[in-house]
Design a protein around this ligand. Structure first.
Ligand SMILES: Nc1ncnc2c1ncn2[C@@H]1O[C@H](COP(=O)(O)OP(=O)(O)OP(=O)(O)O)[C@@H](O)[C@H]1O
Length: 264
């Protein structure tokens, strides 16, 4: 295995983010261990997506930092101080991080195969033949080998999201971030996407998943992180968070899902 595909570790250190006067992240500290699945849950507006986007530097933090394998995202450590990186360097970091968006974000004018090969060809300047072979392999893995030549509009939401996952994996990322990957889907399509994420989790890639799917959190997460109002209230194994939380706020918020999660 090349070092490019070794699972990454993420250290989030006192992460703060404000939009104008709205403080969305109020000092988040969290470590994501290599090869583990970390699932972030919490009420709407608690800052989950903002935190996830900051890992990929789609949002710049107002203070604190996030390091992927010890390297601060978007910044360079020099003389004990953080200096902002150039856009070119940020893009290079980003290609080691796969990101799956809520709304798939596929290019509508490109075929499925073209969507998957675009980033490795353009951002990573890899060999077309090698990238195409890998893309076809990935499409097969997400159950869409027969859809390589069609356009996103010809696919269901679940299929589009599976293409988006194949596209993220084509970058051979050290970590894949999922931002509510099933929330734009009809209920009957949620399972097919979660199955692909489950399969990926079993391969030992570092995954960070923001989701409202508590059954998924319970079954697949190594660590569940409960966020509320811009802070991590509590994190730990699913059995602790859902079954025996330390914090009253976790219990109150997750109590609605504890029963369904454990009595299936
Ligand atoms: N670009 C932005 N400009 C201004 N406010 C923003 C921006 N992005 C997010 N916010 C605000 O930050 C807060 C946290 O948003 P965020 O999407 O991180 O929460 P969340 O926990 O992921 O919520 P949800 O579960 O509803 O997706 C919300 O009040 C949101 O309106």
């Amino acid at each position: 295995m090349s070092t490019a595909t070794l699972p990454a570790r993420v250290d989030i250190v006192d992460a703060r983010k404000s939009f104008g006067t709205l403080e969305v992240l109020k000092g988040v500290n969290l470590t994501v261990k290599p090869g583990e699945v970390t699932v972030i849950v919490g009420p709407s507006g608690s800052g989950k997506s903002t935190l996830l986007r900051a890992i990929n530097h789609l949002e710049a933090l107002s203070a604190g930092y996030i390091a992927v394998d010890g390297e601060p995202v978007g910044y360079r450590l020099r003389g004990g101080k953080l200096h902002e990186r150039r856009e070119k360097d940020i893009l290079a970091t980003r290609t080691g991080i796969g990101f799956v968006f809520q709304n798939f974000n596929l290019f509508p004018h490109l075929t499925v195969l073209e969507n998957v090969v675009e980033a490795p060809l353009v951002a990573q300047r890899r060999n077309r033949q090698e990238v195409t072979a890998k893309a076809l392999e990935l499409l097969d893995r997400v159950g869409l080998a027969d859809k390589a030549g069609v356009y996103p509009r010809q696919l269901s939401g679940g299929q589009q999201q599976r293409v988006a996952i194949a596209r993220a994996l084509a970058l051979e990322p050290r970590i894949v971030l999922f931002d509510e990957p099933t929330s734009a889907l009809d209920p009957e399509l949620v399972g097919e996407v979660l199955d692909v994420v489950r399969d990926l989790a079993s391969t030992g890639t570092t995954l960070v998943v923001v989701t409202h799917e508590m059954g998924f959190a319970r079954d697949v997460a190594d660590t569940v992180v409960f966020m509320d109002q811009g802070r991590v209230v509590e994190s730990g194994p699913p059995a602790q968070l859902f079954g025996n939380p330390r914090e009253e706020r976790t219990r109150t918020s997750l109590s609605k899902v504890i029963e369904p999660a454990f009595n299936i």
